[in-house]
Structures are given as structure tokens and as C-alpha cells.
Design a protein around this ligand. Structure first.
Ligand code: AMP
Ligand code: GLY
Length: 425
């Protein structure tokens, strides 16, 4: 079979690497891919951008690609699945209407309210003065979210009224997030611990994947600016068996059934970002219509089942018969970023030590923002690599991942030193 993975980050390196392990996979194309995908057996980079839907469609038709798997959210929101399915090309992901669960926070909140799915209380605004009035006596902190996709930057947790005012003015008056911020969600601040609950859905049936936990803040101890994710591990001890059952019953199944009753069949990865409060109650912070980055990397390190077969089953409505097997050992991934991330950063810095970092099959360096320049692998993004390891305990996975991290070097290299720390202590 020929497979195409769309995207070029760490998530896509892991997706393509795992798909290629299937004996059925003969070629796995990655568009556009990175230096890591360029160097894997069976993987072939294709120089097409993830949002160039016309060219991607032409490519799969010429190459007779059997399955396309979409990594990032933008092409999903832009309707890549609609375009492919309408001409009979098999693709895994939600159609654009269903992808609104991620592409419109207001849609998502209204949907959860209609279906009694637990989430923070909220109001939607597109008028600055109305939003100001509402905020004037709202308890602090308060959370202000741009409605549309804003590359993870559209969520402001305002600790003071000035910060809240600044966020509202930035979005509703000054178009700080262009159209994405023309409408906002103002919501209650939730206390607790976060977990990532990612499932594969075929429209009706759901296969929950291994649980995980991301670290969104840039700096140790959960401080510093919000990022796309600085490291993750799987599973998370936060999601006990009882809580898992509750999340499936109170959140995941009502979401899929709710979409179906509203005429939007949900197919693809569904990622619930959860906040678990001190009493163990789960609430949805957000939905993503895709796998998480960097959660994908440690989760797929643990998957023992044929991932290609699982993805095909999802596109064919056959998930009821699937129960993936997981390596019982935890996996942990540390993101190596450029010091300036998430602000703008230099590119083209040489990366050293990659060959020495992967000692055995339990350690894997997934590439994110990398490119090949002749003999050199160089940086090409803010998040550069995700160094993952399996271990008999989370502590062992952590120490093996950091051992591999310490072999790698590039100018301005930066990582958190406490990934997994709170679950270990
Ligand atoms: P989102 O993109 O909606 O997941 O928001 C990004 C991050 O902001 C989340 O991972 C949380 O850390 C934080 N966040 C979002 N909504 C809330 C909320 N209602 N209460 C507390 N933290 C939140
Ligand atoms: N790691 C968070 C995300 O993928 O949105």
C-alpha cells in the first residue's frame, strides 16, 4: 500500500514511522516532512505544503495513494477531507464541519452545552463593549479565547482586569489574530491537572488510545509562556481506570453521538484536552481534531498493534472489532527547542550528535523543525526534536530520554528538565 502523511513536524515523523512498520506499507510519503522523515526506511518526502490541498490531491491521484493521514489542523479546517472524499480518495480525518470542534471554540462550547458535556462556563462575544460589561465583575483569573485557529496562541489567561481588557481589545478591535479573533469565548478559569485523552473514531465506534500528558508551559515548573508542548509522557497516572470509564461515558461517547445526531459524522482522531479537578471530575478544556504534538511521539512508541490496519479500520467503520495492544512500559518525550521559542527564532543552525543519541530500539529521536543541508542536519523551526524513550518505570524512561538529550547539541538548544517530574514524585 501507498500512504501519505500530511505535515512536517514531530507528530508527523512519529505517524509516518509507525505507519511504515506495517508489513502492508510499501511507501509512506510525507508532505512536506523534515530531515528525520527523509532518512527513515520506506519514507519519502514530497515537497508539498500541508495546506496546498489542490497539489496534495493531484499527488494522491497520480501516485494512486491508498490512504492519506492528516497531521495538522489547518488542512482539516480548510476541508481537505471533504475534497478528497468527494472524489473517492481515502483519507483519515473529520470533514470541515466536524472539524469545527477545533476550528471554532464558540462552536465547540455551544456543542458541549447542547449535549451536557462537562466544560467551563462561558459566554461568546463579538462586540467589545458587551464583552467589557460582562468582564467587569467576572472573577479572576478569567480565560479569553480567540474563536478561530491561532496556532496555539489564542488563549489568554488574564490574572488582572488590565490583562483581560488588553486581550479583548487585541482580539475584537485590533485584529491581533485576524479573523480568528473577531469573535471570542470568555470562560471560567478551571483549577486542576491536565491530561490528553486521544481517541480514534470511525463515525460510530471509538478506540481510546493510550492516555498522555503534555507540558504546555515553556519553562520548568510549568512557568513561562504557553507553547505547543515541551514534552509528554504516556500513560498518565491521572487517568485511573474509573476515570477512564467516566471520560468515555460522559465526554467521548456523547460527543460522537452528538455529532452524529447533528448530521456530522465524526471520523478521525479526536483529542480531548481535559482538566481534572481536585475531586477527580473531568472537564473538557478544548477539543482537537487531530493527534497531539508531542503526545503522538510517546504514545506511538508504545503501540504494538499495526497502526496502518487501525487507521484503515477507522476509515471503513470497522473500529468495533479493534483493540490495540500497548507496550505496558511508559514512554516519555522531551522537546528540544531553540532558546527563543515560542517567539521568533533563527533557522539553519547545525545539529550535532544525532547518530549517537539513539542507542537501541527503546530510544527514538523524532524530528520536528529540521531540514537537511548537504551533509548537515539543521534547525528549521522553533521545536526542533522530540527525544523519546521507553522504560520499565516513568523514572527510567525519563532518565533514558535525558541521557539521549545530553548527546545532542546545537547552538541555542533549550529544553525543560522536568518532563514527567510531577508524575514521578
Ligand atoms: P486550549 O488551546 O483551549 O487548550 O488552551 C490552551 C491552554 O490554556 C490549556 O492547555 C490550558 O492549560 C489553558 N486553559 C484553557 N482553558 C482554560 C480554563 N478554562 N481554565 C484554565 N486553564 C485553561
Ligand atoms: N500538545 C498539544 C497539542 O497538540 O495541541
Amino acid at each position: 500500500m501507498k500512504v501519505l502523511v500530511i505535515g512536517g513536524g514531530g507528530r508527523e515523523h512519529a505517524l509516518a514511522w509507525k505507519l511504515a512498520q506495517s508489513p502492508e506499507a510499501h511507501e509512506v510519503f510525507v508532505a512536506p516532512g523534515n530531515a528525520g522523515t527523509a532518512s527513515e526506511p520506506k519514507l519519502i518526502n514530497v515537497p508539498l505544503a500541508a495546506d496546498d490541498i489542490d497539489s496534495l490531491l493531484e499527488f494522491v491521484q497520480i501516485e494512486k495513494v491508498d490512504l492519506t493521514v492528516v497531521g495538522p489542523e489547518d488542512p482539516l479546517a480548510a476541508g481537505i477531507v471533504d475534497r478528497f472524499e468527494d472524489v473517492g480518495c481515502r483519507i483519515l480525518g473529520p470533514r470541515s464541519n466536524a472539524a469545527q470542534l477545533e476550528s471554532s471554540k464558540g462552536f465547540c462550547k455551544d456543542f458541549m452545552q447542547r449535549h451536557n458535556i462537562p466544560t467551563a462556563n462561558y459566554r461568546r462575544f463579538d462586540n467589545l463593549n458587551a464583552a467589557r460589561d460582562y468582564l467587569s465583575d467576572h472573577p479572576l483569573p478569567v480565560v479569553i479565547k480567540a474563536d478561530g485557529l491561532a496556532a496555539g496562541k489564542g488563549v489568554i489567561i488574564a490574572a488582572t482586569r488590565e490583562q483581560a481588557e488588553d486581550a479583548l481589545v487585541g482580539m475584537l478591535r485590533d485584529a491581533r489574530f485576524q479573523d480568528a479573533g473577531k469573535s471570542v469565548v470568555v470562560e471560567e478559569y478551571l483549577e486542576g491537572q491536565e491530561a490528553s485523552f486521544i481517541c480514534l473514531v470511525d463515525g460510530t465506534d471509538v478506540v481510546p488510545l493510550a492516555t498522555s500528558q503534555d507540558h504546555k508551559a515553556r519553562d520548568d515548573g510549568g512557568t513561562g509562556p504557553n507553547t505547543g508542548g515541551m514534552g509528554a509522557y504516556s500513560p498518565t497516572p491521572l487517568i485511573t481506570e474509573i476515570l477512564h470509564e467516566r471520560v468515555m461515558r460522559e465526554i467521548i461517547r456523547p460527543t460522537i453521538e452528538g455529532m452524529a445526531t447533528e448530521g456530522e459524522i465524526y471520523r478521525g482522531f479526536l483529542y480531548a484536552g481535559l482538566m481534572i479537578d481536585a475531586s477527580g471530575n473531568p472537564r473538557v478544556l478544548e477539543y482537537n481534531c487531530r493527534f497531539g504534538d508531542p503526545e503522538t511521539q510517546p504514545i506511538l512508541m508504545r503501540l504494538e498493534t499495526d497502526f496502518l490496519a487501525l487507521c484503515l479500520a477507522a476509515t471503513e467503520g470497522r473500529l468495533a472489532s479493534q483493540s490495540p495492544q500497548w507496550d505496558p512500559r511508559p514512554a516519555l518525550g522531551v522537546v528540544l527547542a531553540i532558546r527563543e521559542y515560542p517567539a521568533s527564532y533563527p533557522k539553519g543552525v547545525s545539529i550535532l550528535g544525532l547518530e549517537g543519541a539513539e542507542g537501541d530500539a527503546d530510544v527514538k529521536v523524532f524530528h520536528a523543525g529540521t531540514a537537511q543541508e548537504g551533509e548537515n542536519t539543521v534547525t528549521n523551526g522553533g521545536r526542533v526534536l522530540c527525544v523519546c524513550a521507553l522504560g520499565n518505570s516513568l523514572a527510567t524512561a525519563q532518565s533514558r530520554a535525558y541521557q539521549a538529550v545530553d548527546v545532542i547539541e546545537f547552538e541555542g538548544m533549550f529544553c525543560r528538565r522536568d518532563i514527567g517530574g510531577s508524575a514521578i514524585t
